[in-house]
Unconditional design. Structure first.
Length: 672
């Protein structure tokens, strides 16, 4: 791919000849703008906003209440920080403990521009890598702020006692992740998320003990309460008793994670879902770039229909593992150890010599697919195709010794061995891309406030920082940046006008929301259907993977929308939910989540159809270079697509936010 500079669009609106594949599927709306991001030099914007955002004085804070949905890194850090600041916080999660949030699964690490390795890192380089990695589809003000606060996160976590890996001399160690040429990833073996979450959980529990935070576990938010245009509370289902409860506050924060499970098979925890953000979307919060999905290149390949979950092998493994497939199809069924060096194709090193095995995830994933599509995949055949490539540590073990590899990646190797029954120290691992993360999420401004006043969104649940592709180890960074440093400094501007009027229990908006929740539950419990919730979810996931997965085309997306619509109709008529509503009932929980996945899935396809360009994790078959690389169209698509819910069976409304770069030049990405 040439490293040619393309200029920023002079007019981001589409030129006359622009053909809109999604015409008819949506209604064009007014542009949307982020009015909170200050102007001026990029390195001063965050200071400016922090100063300009008003402060509620300490005495008033004790009268201001905040609901935080989610106790992953984004939610736990936010609740703890807001509790420490003196607000009255209620924290909700659907697990039995805040500590079981999906963040616990994060393996590889967290980025920060500390330059401990002295290898040329800086705030600007982290900013640059992130914008470029996101294929110039994220906001520069947000990303610069993220890079600025990244270093604070590490200090905060070290102070909490998070056991980051250290070098012999005692300094914190770093490793590299995809899409960068420096080592800036801090890690705690392959359990970084777990260790960071223990830190955030401790901070949260400290506030619980201090009386500023109250935790509600096993409570699932099933509706947002909006009164007079402001988010004022949530309706939850007590998942143990089935009780429907309403909680009010001056402000609501959603830190409810990502929706990758719309694909059914993903590396996300089984419970991850879209319900909290989708319910907010239906109440007026715009959903931004929903089609931007990250497909991670290093997951354990699918082995058959029995699976309901896929397992990630951390990207950190690409530091030392070399990815290859046989040069000849005839070798694909052989024991890899019997394939001679000259018969192996280290295709990432061959195609991208500058970044090699450390190209960003979207590129590594697509090339793995290309190799398998060419018939050079390895591992067992599933439906007649071998979908796997090798991740080989033989050379690293020879160079560094088995002990060093064990020290760095031991738990990942053990996990691989337990799942596959193969010894990765002796035989190369087999990997294949799988859905892992979503860059899309609720639209937020620089303050992290959605289009519903009083509804703030943090972590993976918002769309803000990663554009069309997230770099490895940047999700933990964003979640903790939002929770420990950003939100507390922006939400105060909104809360400075509070406390707001008390909401009466019989307020019509509240009663209506409660009735809608009850009606949905009643429908599921009384429907005389014959098909299980999971079977619908699996079929929806297949549609999404097939037509809105690693490669999307106009025809495929149109087909997907039709398939989703008819499957959704069937779901409402024919789903069978077992058990009772007044007890722990996973079938009922999943029914609600799958119902929301159907609506989200359709919007994802419409969004993907509208964006007839390839960018980051969104690869449109119609938009590629001669050598098969992603081809962006900055003159037509340099915008955030912010979708508004227009009502049941109404086409969604598309609002475009122009992406304007002043501190960085838009270029065609090159990792060669
Ligand atoms: C296997 C794996 C490994 C990863 N490794 C890394 C890594 O090394 N580095 C990195 O930067 N990123 C990594 N990621 C991505 C990263 O882990 C996530 O993006 C991040 O942890 C999300 O954090 P969060 O706080 O936004 O959401 P989550 O951790 O998903 O937390 C969501 C919270 O919301 C709650 N919730 C959701 N819906 C509701 C509801 N309706 N009602 C009540 N509560 C609700 C849940 O109970 C939970 O507490 C990895 C992801 C996966 C899948």
């Amino acid at each position: 791919m040439p490293d040619t500079t393309t200029s920023a669009p002079s007019s981001p609106s589409a030129p006359a000849e622009f053909s809109d594949d999604a015409a008819g599927y949506y209604t064009p709306g007014d542009p949307v703008a982020d009015t909170k991001a200050p102007g001026g030099p990029i390195d001063e914007r965050w200071n400016t906003r922090q100063f300009e955002a008003r402060i509620a004085n300490p005495a008033n804070r004790r009268r201001l209440s905040v609901i935080v949905v989610g106790t992953g890194l984004a939610g736990a850090s936010a609740a703890a920080t807001l509790g420490e600041a003196g607000y009255v916080v209620k924290s909700f999660c659907y697990q039995d403990s805040p500590r079981r949030a999906h963040s616990i699964a994060a393996q590889g690490g967290i980025n920060a521009a500390k330059n401990y390795k002295g290898d040329g890192d800086s705030v600007y380089r982290l900013f640059y890598d992130t914008i470029k990695g996101g294929d110039y589809r994220s906001r520069e003000s947000n990303v610069y702020r993220l890079a600025q606060v990244s270093a604070n996160i590490i200090d905060q976590c070290v102070a909490q006692g998070v056991p980051f890996a250290r070098e012999y001399g005692g300094l914190l160690d770093n490793r590299s992740f995809g899409g960068v040429q420096v080592s800036r990833t801090f890690y705690a073996r392959g359990q970084t998320g777990q260790q960071l979450l223990i830190g955030a959980y401790q901070a949260l529990e400290r506030q619980v003990a201090a009386g500023t935070v109250k935790c509600y576990t096993r409570h699932e938010m099933v509706e947002l309460v909006v009164v007079d245009g402001r988010a004022r509370g949530i309706i939850v289902r007590d998942m143990v008793t089935g009780e429907i409860e309403t909680y009010f506050a001056d402000v609501v924060v959603l830190a409810s994670g990502g929706y990758g499970n719309v694909f059914f098979l993903s590396t996300n925890a089984m419970g991850c879902n879209v319900t909290a953000t989708w319910r907010a979307h239906r109440k007026g919060a715009y959903m931004a770039n929903p089609c931007y999905t990250q497909i991670h290149p290093t997951c354990i390949p699918v082995t058959g229909h029995h699976q309901s979950k896929l397992t990630l092998m951390s990207e950190s493994l690409r530091n030392d593992g070399r990815i290859w497939v046989p040069k000849k199809q005839a070798d694909c069924a052989k024991d890899p150890r019997e394939i001679a060096e000259e018969d192996r194709d280290y295709y990432l090193e061959r195609i991208y010599p500058a970044f090699g095995n450390l190209v960003p995830r979207d590129i590594a994933s697509r090339q793995a697919k290309n190799m398998c599509d060419e018939g050079r995949g390895v591992g067992p055949e599933v439906e007649g195709v071998r979908r796997g490539v090798y991740l080989d540590f033989a050379e690293a073990i020879e160079r560094l010794g088995r002990e060093t590899i064990e020290e760095k990646y031991g738990n990942l190797f053990d996990m691989y061995a337990r799942i596959t029954g193969e010894d990765p120290y002796a035989v190369p691992m087999r990997i294949y891309p799988a859905v892992h993360y979503v860059m899309g999420g609720l639209w937020v401004d620089y303050d992290l406030q959605s289009t519903i006043p009083g509804l703030f969104v943090t972590g993976e649940a918002n769309f803000s920082d990663h554009g069309a592709n997230r770099l490895g180890a940047s999700a933990l960074m964003q979640g903790l940046a939002d929770g420990y440093f950003v939100l507390s400094n922006t939400i105060r501007d909104y809360l400075a006008d509070g406390p707001f009027d008390k909401i009466a229990d019989d307020n019509p908006a509240v009663v209506e929301a409660q009735q809608a929740v009850q009606a949905r539950i009643d429908h599921f419990m009384t429907n005389k259907g014959t098909r299980s919730v999971d079977s619908y979810h699996r079929e929806l996931g297949n549609i999404m993977w097939e037509y809105c997965g690693m490669e999307r085309t106009e025809d495929g997306l149109r087909k997907a929308i039709d398939l989703i619509r008819s499957l959704r109709d069937d779901f409402w008529r024919n789903v069978k939910v077992l058990g009772t509503a007044d007890s722990l009932n996973q079938s009922l929980e999943r029914a609600g989540r799958v119902a929301d996945f159907f609506e989200l899935g359709e919007l994802m396809c419409i969004d993907a159809l509208n964006r007839r360009e390839s960018c980051g994790g969104h690869f449109r078959g119609e938009s590629q270079t001669e050598d098969g690389e992603a081809l962006r169209h900055d003159d037509q698509y340099a915008y955030v697509a912010a979708w508004e819910w227009a009502g049941e069976d109404e086409p969604p409304i598309l609002h475009k936010e122009d992406l304007i770069y002043t501190a960085i030049e838009m270029k065609q990405r090159s990792y060669k």
